[in-house]
Design a protein around this ligand. Structure first.
Ligand SMILES: [Zn+2]
Length: 542
C-alpha cells in the first residue's frame, strides 16, 4: 500500500487545527453563573448581559435588541439567533422559517429557566448551530429583571436551592407579570407585547417557571394554551403531536418523566384527581393561544435540586427546538389557518366564562404522602393538610381535569363600537396590536347595546384591582352613532383577543379590569356591537 505522507500530514495537521480551534472556542464561550458557582448561585442582571456579550465575541451573527425597560430602568435583552442575514423581523420572515421565542424569569424566584435559556443560547452558537438553519430563536433570558435583582435567601424557602438565594415574583411595581397580559400595566409587559409578540410574531412562545405545588413524580410539567376560545386545531396539534413527542424524547433520551401541569386536589387522596390551573388569558400561555400562536408553559419541579432543575429545563428546551425543527412548517400552516378562520368570520360564537372539565382518565405519578405527625416538619408551611413525604413514587389511576369548557357564550360580531370617551381602553387594545379605527361620519346603524343589569366589584383586591363582574343582556337597537366613535373590526387576525377584551361578560376583559368602571352606573355599556357586515367609512388610528 502506497503511503501519502504529505497528505496524511495535512490530514493530521487539519485535525490538530480543528481540535485546537474547538478547544479555543470552548475556552472562549462563557459559563453561566449557575455553572461557574457549582450551582450555588443564579445570575444577576449584569451576569446575563456579560454572558450575552461573551457569546457575541464568538458569533458576530448573534443579535441583541432591547424590548423594553423595566420600571427600575433596566434594559431587557432579546437575543436573536437565526441564520446569517437575519437581523430583524423582516429578514426573519423572508427566510420562511418558524420563529421560536423562549422567555425566562417572569417570576424571578423561579430562576432555572434563566440559566437553561443561556445554555441553549450557547449551544446555538456552538454545538446546535445547525438548528439555526431550521428556525429563528429569540431568547429573553431575564424578563423580570427588577425582581431578579432582589436576590435573597429569604425567598421561596421551600424551593430546593440555589443556596445563595433567588429574586422575587413581582416586578418593581409589585405586579405579577404573569397576570398582566390583558391589562398591560407594567412597562415589561408592554415591551414584551409591542416589541416581541407584535414585532416578531413568534410561532411558538415558551415560558419558563418552577412549581412548588403537589408532590409528584415529574421533573417538569407543562401546559398548552387552556382557553377554549383559541383555535381547536392549534390546541389539538399541541396535545396530540407536539407535547407527546417532546414527552417521549424526554423519557427515551434523557430518562426523565414529564407530564401536563397540575396539582392533586388532595395530596393524601390522589384518586380525587389532578387539576390544571386556569383558562384566563392574564396568563401568558393562554394569552398567546388567543393570538393564534403556540405556547408552552414549562414548570420545573421545585423539590428537586437546582442543578437537576436547570438540567431538565435545558433538556426540555432542546426537545422543543427539535420538535419545531421536525414540525415547524406544519405548525406555521396551522397558525395561518387560525388567523384566516377568525378573519373570515368563521367563528360565530365564543366563550366568555369557563369551568374546568375532566379531560381523561389516566395514571399519574404520585409521591406517597402520609399525614404529618406532630414531630414532622411541614414541607410547605401553610399547606393543608400537612403531610409527610415518603419518597415513594407510584402511578395512581385518576381523572386529569386538564381542560376547560365555556359555561356562557356570546355572539362574535362583525365589529365593536367603543364610545369616544374610552381612550384608555382604546390605548390598551392598540398596545395589543389590535387595529382600531374612527368613524368618519355620524351613522345610523342597526346594532346591539349591552343593557347593564348590575355591576359588582370583587371584595378583595387582586393586582391592585377590584375586578368587576357585569350582568346584563345584548339588545338590538337602531341608533345614530357619532363621528369619532372607535371601531374594531373583527376581520383581523387578533379578533379572538379583541372579543375577549371587549365582551362585557368576559372573565378577563377590560370590563373585568376596571377600564369601564366609570360607566358601570349607566344603563348601557360603552361598547356596542354591529352584527351584520356592512360598509363603514372609518380611518385607522396610526
Ligand atoms: Zn411562575
Amino acid at each position: 500500500m502506497r503511503s501519502f505522507p504529505f497528505a496524511s500530514l495535512r490530514v493530521r495537521m487539519t485535525f490538530l487545527l480543528c481540535f485546537l480551534c474547538e478547544v479555543t472556542l470552548a475556552q472562549e464561550l462563557p459559563k453561566t453563573t449557575a455553572e461557574a458557582s457549582n450551582y450555588r448561585s443564579t445570575a444577576r442582571y449584569e451576569d446575563v448581559i456579560g454572558f450575552i456579550v461573551g457569546l457575541q465575541r464568538s458569533d458576530h451573527d448573534l443579535r441583541v435588541e432591547f424590548f423594553g425597560t423595566s420600571g427600575e430602568g433596566r434594559a431587557l435583552p432579546l437575543v436573536i439567533a437565526g441564520p446569517p442575514g437575519v437581523v430583524d423581523p423582516r429578514t426573519a420572515r423572508a427566510t420562511g422559517l418558524p420563529i421560536v421565542f423562549i422567555m425566562a424569569n417572569i417570576h424571578a424566584g423561579e430562576v432555572e429557566g434563566k440559566e437553561a435559556a443561556q445554555m441553549v443560547l450557547r449551544d446555538l452558537v456552538s454545538s446546535s448551530r445547525k438548528l439555526r438553519d431550521e428556525m429563528v430563536v429569540l431568547i429573553a433570558p431575564i424578563y423580570n429583571a427588577d425582581g431578579n435583582e432582589k436576590i435573597s435567601t429569604d425567598h421561596r424557602k421551600t424551593q430546593n436551592g440555589p443556596p445563595n438565594g433567588v429574586g422575587v415574583r413581582e416586578n418593581g411595581q409589585g405586579l405579577d407579570l404573569n397576570r398582566d397580559y390583558m391589562k398591560l400595566e407594567s412597562p415589561e409587559a408592554r415591551g414584551l407585547i409591542s416589541n416581541v409578540l407584535n414585532r416578531w410574531d413568534p410561532l411558538v412562545t415558551v415560558d419558563l417557571h418552577t412549581t412548588n405545588g403537589s408532590f409528584h413524580g415529574y421533573a417538569l410539567t407543562y401546559s398548552p394554551p387552556l382557553n377554549p376560545n383559541a383555535s381547536a386545531d392549534l390546541i389539538d396539534f399541541e396535545r396530540d403531536t407536539l407535547l407527546p413527542l417532546i414527552r417521549e424524547q424526554m423519557r427515551t433520551k434523557h430518562n426523565k418523566e414529564t407530564y401536563y401541569y397540575g396539582n392533586f386536589l388532595n395530596q393524601l387522596t390522589p384518586e380525587k384527581g389532578w387539576y390544571t390551573f386556569d383558562s384566563r388569558p392574564r396568563f401568558g400561555n393562554n394569552y398567546v393561544g388567543l393570538r393564534n400562536r403556540f405556547a408552552i408553559l414549562s414548570e420545573a419541579y421545585s423539590y428537586i435540586d437546582f442543578r437537576a432543575r436547570v438540567e431538565v429545563t435545558y433538556q426540555f428546551l432542546q426537545e422543543i427546538l427539535n420538535a419545531v425543527a421536525k414540525h415547524g412548517k406544519k405548525m406555521m400552516r396551522i397558525a395561518n389557518r387560525a388567523d384566516e378562520q377568525i378573519r373570515r368570520g368563521k367563528v360565530r360564537k365564543a366563550g366568555v366564562r369557563f369551568e374546568i372539565k375532566p379531560w381523561k382518565d389516566t395514571e399519574i405519578l404520585w409521591e406517597r404522602c402520609v399525614p404529618a405527625d406532630s414531630s414532622a416538619q411541614p414541607e410547605s408551611p401553610g399547606e393543608t393538610p400537612k403531610v409527610r413525604r415518603t419518597g415513594q413514587i407510584v402511578p395512581v389511576k385518576m381523572t386529569d381535569y386538564g381542560i376547560f369548557a365555556a359555561t356562557e357564550r356570546s355572539d362574535v360580531p362583525f365589529a365593536y363600537l367603543i364610545n369616544t370617551a374610552e381612550e384608555k381602553a382604546v390605548a390598551n387594545l392598540r398596545m395589543h396590536g389590535i387595529v382600531v379605527e374612527k368613524l368618519q361620519h355620524d351613522m345610523q346603524l342597526d346594532l346591539e347595546q349591552f343593557s347593564i343589569g348590575g355591576g359588582k366589584l370583587a371584595e378583595h383586591p387582586f393586582q391592585a384591582h377590584h375586578e368587576a363582574t357585569l350582568t346584563g343582556k345584548w339588545k338590538r337597537r337602531k341608533e345614530t352613532v357619532p363621528a369619532g366613535t372607535f371601531l374594531v373590526r373583527m376581520n383581523q387576525p387578533l379578533a379572538r383577543l379583541a372579543f375577549y377584551l371587549l365582551e362585557p361578560r368576559s372573565d378577563d376583559g377590560l370590563f373585568d379590569w376596571n377600564f369601564f368602571d366609570s360607566s358601570l352606573e349607566a344603563e348601557i355599556a360603552p361598547v356596542r356591537r354591529i352584527m351584520k357586515p356592512l360598509a363603514i367609512d372609518a380611518t385607522i388610528i396610526p
